[in-house]
Write a protein that binds this ligand. Structure first.
Ligand code: B3K
Ligand code: ZN
Length: 867
């Protein structure tokens, strides 16, 4: 199994090549929970079936379980009849089938890792993906063991009046001592990572949905009673998702109930347990006073994502965790398409690409780079990454681009039909796409196995005499850990040519498959000078390097008929302008200012698109384009450009601000666009240093009838040093201190501040009475936000690095999974100057030297150091 020595310092590596089908299947499991926060008893009966001709014992996983009883075919086993280690229970079995019964004791209240069964705000809940079920009972905790579940829950009735599990509730009753019970049965085979239970004092927002074939489904969103009014948006998103999956993928829901529960303490966004989705409350609760438009959109996206998993993940699951992108990449692609269909396609695509570039490109360029289908891991929780999720979604999107809308649907139909009820692989998905279309995706498969972001160099030349244009495309595949050399990839590039004089498309959009290291494409009949529009719609997750002059980019930003390409041209123009200044050239802000002016004044564009297009790229994105990141110089150059855009276009910003101001709250795409542009305009007015800017921001803050405007204004104030800043922060705190999700925003806005003292500010924030290491949302509101704040995190003294390492070490003792997710910013040391790199390395070494480090943090820190 492991190729390296196993010791506490060096936990074993698991390799994809070592996959073996399970020696035993468990077609049926019955679980009986006697719930108590301190001591919960779990009685489990498993029907064991030997698979194939072998004499291996049954090996069950188990972690932090106290074994009280064990019986095989009704007979008590003696200590010598089985082997029990810290992680395994191994039992020799004579026959080919048997019934195993265990009784274990667990302690949900003491579970701060939030994996397995735990208590959040007085509610029992579970999280089993990826390997949490082994913290509940002994079981082969792997996704290719599929079972039918029957679950009995018993708890004190007054404190835990609601008892939920997967499937349908088939019976319930009262028990002695003020307790009650319920039995749930799930007819669908499922892996144990999809098991869930919830018990607590919850109220439901109930609704219903009738499926396309006329079957009624009872829907319920369970929250604390006081939060019921905040569940409407999530409910609407759920019903929209159910209808969308029927229309778009022909996928109907398959049970009589669908339950969602929101809890306050959750390691990530939400979990797709069969018919009992458990959510971080942040992705359920919203009303205009407490949630921003971005929060509303994220809620719809996550509700859709988890619902879509019912087919892409649950009905067809993953054979092993190396195949994680099979369900995650596909499901992200599905939720992206859903959001795009329910709003502006262009703005949705800009958002997808922005997220990919913010999280995945840096991952691909750093020590933690891994293929979409990884080859090995130490701790699987570390592989719920932007590569597996977001780049994985880009792979699915590319297949759709290559095969076309109908071909893609034929492929997904075949995939679902072929693998329904199975644990499948990424390879199965690609094969279904090929078979349904009689296509050959052999070279395309490299996207699953080769890490790193391909770079495509595009050079266009023009010969007026022959009216011929020649485009040379060249692909370069940067080395990544363990993959020094790579084969050329199949890269689908949508491109078009525009005429400089006419402004017309002189070569209409076409799809070019770049499959060789270098290729040449000739365009005939090109009389006027052509301008290249490439990777339109972001057809491939690559970086384009080209010879497009600032004027050409400015031209595209005004004339391209692909909105994404238009946005992209503007971004590139901005990035190049800032990098020129950072590398010592005299600033020439004019092309950017003119491009922003034109976009702002283009009445044909929707406001949401304008707001995205005129925003400067983030400091970290600019850094990613540089050989060595220079955080302070980037900040200075970007701020100077912002100031200049603010000053030169002051009249335009004020006009835009005024035009978007009389905006009584409505949750429509148009109203959202106005709100977005409003705060962007406010930001530019403030950047210019206008005297009245703090007052303008404060008035917006005070007068707002919604969180988008209020938080937008607070963000502008938090970056400055006007007295209004302190006043607004205090008002915000006092108004929302009892609403945890809004209080998270109060922490974040300070950790994200571009002020000089942010590294100091976060050190104080974690001393605040409302800060806690135990709630992942609160922890991330400070630590993840700070890690994403390039200038503050990389403050030259190294205080940011020390702060983060301290937080990681402290969190590791409580919640290793969440601790490990804070590590990547420290791992990017190779991208920085020597002094910073040395300080970052020193912190990574300090982390690695700490006693009793979790596997999670060990893996991230050791790989980040390059060891
Ligand atoms: N499948 C879960 C993620 C579980 C993460 C475990 N570390 C949520 C989702 O992607 O839908
Ligand atoms: Zn998912």
């Amino acid at each position: 199994m492991a190729d390296q020595a196993v010791s506490p310092e060096h936990p074993p590596t698991i390799f994809r090549k070592d996959y073996r089908a399970p020696a035993w299947q468990i077609p049926e499991i019955s679980l009986d929970f006697s719930l108590d926060p301190d001591v919960t008893l779990v009685r489990t009966r498993l029907r064991l079936e030997r698979t194939g001709d072998h004499d291996e014992p049954i090996a069950l996983d188990g972690e932090e379980l106290k074994l009280r009883e064990i019986k095989l075919d009704g007979r008590d086993l003696a200590a010598g009849d089985y082997e029990l280690t810290e992680e395994k229970l191994i039992i020799p079995v004579a026959g080919d089938t048997a019934e195993l019964e265990t009784l274990v004791e667990i302690s949900p209240k003491a579970n701060t890792q939030l994996m397995g069964l735990y208590v959040s705000g007085g509610i029992f809940c579970t999280q089993c993906e990826a390997e949490g079920f082994r913290r509940i009972t002994f079981f082969p905790d792997r996704p290719d063991v599929l079972s039918r579940y029957s679950v009995r829950l018993e708890a004190e009735k007054a404190t835990f009046p609601v008892l939920l599990s997967n499937g349908d509730c088939v019976d319930s009753g009262t028990a002695e001592g003020g307790r009650h019970w319920a039995r749930w049965e799930d007819p669908w085979l499922k892996p144990c990572y999809l098991f869930a239970l919830v018990a607590g004092d919850l109220a439901a927002n109930r609704d219903s949905f009738t499926t396309v074939s006329g079957k009624p489904v009872d829907l319920a969103i369970w929250v604390r009673e006081a939060d019921l009014p905040k569940t409407e948006h999530a409910m609407q998103a759920l019903k929209d998702s159910m209808a969308w999956d029927e229309q778009t993928y022909g996928r109907e829901y398959d049970l009589g109930q669908f339950n969602i529960v929101a809890v306050a303490d959750f390691n990530f966004g939400a979990m797709e347990n069969k018919s009992l989705n458990i959510f971080n409350s942040r992705y359920i609760l919203a009303d205009p006073d407490t949630a921003t438009d971005a929060d509303f959109d994220a809620i719809a996206g996550v509700v859709a994502h988890e619902y879509f998993h019912n087919w892409s993940g649950n009905r067809v699951t993953c054979r092993d965790w190396f195949q994680l992108s099979l369900k995650e990449g596909f499901t992200v692609f599905r939720d992206q398409s859903f959001s795009s269909d329910h709003g502006s396609e262009a703005v949705a695509r800009i958002g997808d690409v922005r997220a990919l570039r913010a999280a995945q490109f840096p991952e691909d360029a750093g020590p933690l780079a891994h293929p979409v289908r990884p080859e090995s891991y130490i701790e699987i929780s570390n592989f719920y990454t932007a590569t597996v999720y977001n780049k994985g979604a880009e792979l699915i999107r590319m297949m759709k681009t290559i095969l076309g809308e109908d071909g893609f649907r034929k492929g997904s139909d075949l995939y679902f039909e072929r693998h329904d009820g199975e644990a499948a692989t990424c390879e199965d998905f690609v094969t279904a796409m090929e078979d349904a279309n009689d296509a050959d995706l052999s070279q395309f498969r490299l996207w699953y196995s080769q890490a790193g972001t391909p770079r495509v160099r595009a050079a266009l030349s023009h010969e007026p005499a022959t009216s011929r244009a020649t485009l040379t495309l060249e692909q370069k595949l940067p080395p990544t850990p363990g993959q020094p050399h790579k084969d050329p990839m199949a890269i689908p590039l949508k491109l078009a040519l525009f005429g400089e004089e006419s402004g017309d498309a002189i070569a209409q959009e076409r799809l070019v498959m770049l499959t060789d290291p270098a290729e040449e494409i000739v365009f005939e009949g090109v009389g006027e000078r052509p301008i290249l529009s490439i990777n339109r719609g972001f057809s491939a997750p690559v970086t384009i390097e080209g010879n497009r002059a600032p004027d050409d980019l400015a031209f595209l930003s005004a004339h391209d008929d692909d909105p994404f390409a238009r946005y992209e041209a503007m971004q590139q123009l901005m990035v190049e302008t800032i990098i020129d200044v950072v590398s010592g050239k005299r600033p020439d802000h004019k092309p950017v200012i003119e491009a922003v002016r034109r976009t702002l004044g283009d009445d044909a564009l929707d406001r949401a698109f304008i707001a995205e297009a005129v925003l400067l790229p983030s400091e970290s994105f600019i850094g990613d384009q540089m050989q060595t990141v220079a955080p302070d110089a980037i900040h200075a150059a970007r701020e100077a450009l912002r100031r200049d855009i603010g000053t030169s276009l002051e009249a335009e910003w004020r006009a835009a601000y005024a035009a978007t101001s009389a905006n009584a709250f409505e949750f429509t795409p148009a109203a959202k666009g106005l709100r977005r542009l409003r705060t962007v305009a406010l930001g530019y007015i403030a950047a210019r240093g206008a005297k009245d800017a703090p007052k303008l921001a404060f008035d917006q803050f005070e007068g707002a009838d919604n969180m988008t405007d209020r938080y937008g204004a607070l963000g502008v104030l938090a970056n400055g040093d006007a007295p209004e800043r302190v006043a607004a922060l205090d008002i915000f705190y006092n108004r929302y201190r009892s609403d945890a999700l809004v209080l998270d925003k109060w922490f974040s806005v300070q950790a994200l501040s571009t002020r000089d003292d942010t590294a100091q500010a976060v050190a104080e924030l974690i001393q605040h009475a409302d800060f806690t290491f135990e709630n992942p949302n609160r922890l991330r509101a400070v630590a993840s936000a700070f890690g994403a704040n390039q200038r503050a995190f990389h403050v030259a003294t190294g205080a940011g690095y020390r702060f983060m390492a301290d937080i990681i070490l402290k969190t590791d003792k409580i919640n290793p999974q969440t601790a490990a997710r804070l590590l990547p910013p420290l791992g990017r040391w190779r991208r920085f100057d020597e002094d910073r790199a040395a300080m970052m390395r020193a912190e990574l070494e300090r982390i690695l030297e700490a006693p009793n480090l979790s596997k999670d943090v060990y893996e991230q820190a050791s790989k980040s150091l390059g060891g």
